[in-house]
Write a protein that binds this ligand. Structure first.
Ligand SMILES: Cc1cc2nc3c(=O)[nH]c(=O)nc-3n(C[C@H](O)[C@H](O)[C@H](O)COP(=O)(O)OP(=O)(O)OC[C@H]3O[C@@H](n4cnc5c(N)ncnc54)[C@H](O)[C@@H]3O)c2cc1C
Length: 545
């Protein structure tokens, strides 16, 4: 990515075809698609890229077995098509960034013959809908096979399990890879740039966005022929800026996750808890060396803070422990995170857990604002395709076909699962660091490690016993627009998800490198470290650690 200064330079003099507001999955997907179709595109993000919902997902690339169940029980053809399209997108997401996404087998425990038949038929239907995008056939495992494969399962009444496959991915890094690819195609992404208002022309159409630069405190104007509102849970706010008093469309649902050490009694497969006390599903998924457990589902408003509360952690553990031989304890929790699902409301009656995860592209005919509402990570590309088709129509441009279904993201070129061995050989680093870098950056890991040629000290771990190295901090600042300690530890290296304690311990070293790179004064460096450490301490207190 270019530096912020380079992107800022000349923005006000430029005129863009498209300004995308929001730098999560939806915005990044729209920006890349537009730029690849030849539209001069800028993306502005109020915080850091992927700082909201897009780094807080359950990390599944899925059609959604629960949505399929709803489609059948409610004879809802629309819901059925949502699942089918997501299954097609699942394959595309896996293929376009193989270093960030992989196939995952999920095990569904059954405690009666009836459950075996029910889930077997359901998963066969899921296979059938996947068609040629199937990842692997679902199958039934006997009680003995199930316990061999997942020894931590409660054996008591277990009759057997059903195994099926979906995808899983590193959401924060996938978001960054989308923006890296966007930049390589000539696009301009800018973080810490919040849209605070619009200017309209004589016919009432948006022609300019007023943007607040969160780092310098200055204001700038961005001129564009079209504006996409891809602000996820915040989309009603932008709709209201474009057309004051407009009817709100979103319902928000909070989902919390906790992470536990893998030795807490797990294996390489994921567990699907098919029915919680309140009739939902919960996943326990091996993810980047941890067991990720989630999620809750509670209707919230924008004023609610996205932190994991003690009772939410306890709820998740209670639901999971009913299926485990040895119960997991809250003291084992190493970190957690929460996000807001942006769900498009069709009426007032349904509870948020029943609202479909479909998307809608809305064009406000008076202002011309194009809002992309709802959806899920798995369908970000299809949402972007619909949105950019709409932009081209809106701009009365000849239709240019979308090419993102077959456009590999930066880092994928020449990558294979054994790529990490090249890094060990060429840069003399540990296998753990090589695997970590290979899965975070793909082949761009070489660019990260090239930084260590002049400065071998950058090969040192960010914090003792971590696979992350200091070179990632320098790379994050220079190439990925990271400007705070949290940008690095949460969304560039992922250490904050791996362990709050390790992330807190890493803050001084990360702060020192960032101070050098960004020219912070000693006082600014001290404040940045303190602020980060206090934030982590607070998260730990709220969850009861
Ligand atoms: C708990 C949970 C679990 C989930 N699990 C999965 C899953 O396993 N698989 C799956 O496919 N999907 C999942 N999802 C859904 C998926 O994460 C979301 O649909 C997706 O991330 C939404 O992306 P977005 O870009 O629309 O929103 P966001 O990621 O929230 O991005 C919107 C961005 O807009 C920015 N913004 C807001 N206001 C402004 C402004 N004025 N100016 C500039 N920028 C602004 C925000 O800072 C934010 O970064 C999950 C969601 C949640 C909450």
């Amino acid at each position: 990515m270019k530096s912020r200064a380079m992107v800022l330079n000349g923005i006000e003099k430029a005129s863009f075809d498209l300004c995308v507001i929001g730098g999560g999955a939806t915005g990044a997907g729209c920006a890349l698609d537009a730029q690849l179709r030849g539209l001069r595109t800028i993306l502005v993000e109020a915080g850091d890229f992927a700082c909201a919902t897009s780094s807080s997902s359950t990390k599944l690339i899925h059609g959604g077995v629960r949505y399929l169940e709803q489609a059948i029980s409610e004879r809802d053809l629309g819901q059925f098509h949502v699942v089918k399209r997501a299954l097609r997108e699942r394959k595309i997401m896996l293929e376009n960034a193989p270093f960030l996404a992989n196939r995952l087998e999920l095990v569904v425990p059954c405690f009666s013959r009836r459950e075996v038949y029910y889930f077997r038929i359901g998963m066969k239907l899921y296979d059938w809908i996947s068609g040629r995008n199937l990842l692997c056939q679902s199958r039934h495992l006997s009680r003995e096979e199930s316990l061999r494969r997942m020894p931590m399962l409660k054996s008591g009444r277990l009759v057997g399990t059903i195994v099926y496959a979906d995808g899983q991915f590193d959401d924060g890094r996938y978001n960054i890879a989308l923006l890296q690819t966007f930049t390589k195609s000539g696009g301009k992404p800018l973080n810490y740039a919040r849209v605070i208002g619009f200017e309209k022309n004589g016919t009432g159409h948006l022609v300019q966005a007023r943007v607040h630069n969160g780092l310098s405190g200055q204001y700038l104007n961005i001129r564009a022929r079209a504006f996409i509102n891809a602000t996820g849970p915040f989309a009603d706010g932008i709709r209201d800026l474009a057309k004051p008093g407009v009817r709100q469309r979103l319902r928000l649902s909070k989902g919390s996750h906790i992470l536990l050490p893998m030795d807490a009694g797990t294996c390489s497969d994921a567990l699907l808890v098919p029915k919680t006390d309140d009739g939902r599903v919960i996943f326990a998924i091996p993810w980047l060396g941890r067991l990720l457990v989630g999620t809750t589902d509670e209707e919230v408003t924008l004023q609610d803070e996205m932190v994991v509360k003690e009772e939410e952690a306890e709820y998740l553990l209670k639901q999971l422990n009913r299926y485990l031989d040895r119960p997991l304890n809250k003291n084992k929790v190493v970190s957690g995170f929460a996000g807001m699902r942006p769900l498009v409301a069709s009426g007032n009656s349904r509870r948020t857990k029943e609202l479909i995860r479909d998307h809608e592209v809305e064009v406000d005919s008076s202002s011309g604002l194009i809002s992309v509402l709802g959806g899920k990570w798995t369908t970000y590309r299809a949402m972007a395709e619909d949105a950019i088709d709409t932009v081209m129509q809106f701009l009365a441009m000849p239709a240019v076909p979308c090419i993102t279904s077959n456009h590999r993201l930066t880092g994928s070129e020449g990558w294979s699962p054994g790529f990490w061995a090249e890094l060990v050989r060429d840069y003399r680093i540990s296998k753990e660091t090589a695997r970590h870098l290979s899965h975070k950056f793909g082949t761009a890991a070489k660019e990260v490690l090239d930084l260590t040629k002049d400065n071998p000290r950058l090969k040192a771990p960010i914090v003792e016993s971590s696979a992350s190295v200091l070179a990632e901090v320098v790379y994050g600042v220079r190439e990925e627009m990271a400007t705070s300690i949290e940008d690095i530890l949460a969304r560039r290296t992922g250490l904050q998800f791996f362990s709050w304690e390790q992330a807190r311990a890493a803050a001084p070293a990360v702060g020192a490198i960032m101070a050098r790179e960004l020219g912070w004064s000693p006082g600014q460096q001290k404040d940045a470290v303190e602020e980060y450490v206090n934030k982590i301490n607070r998260l730990m207190r709220i969850i009861g650690l």
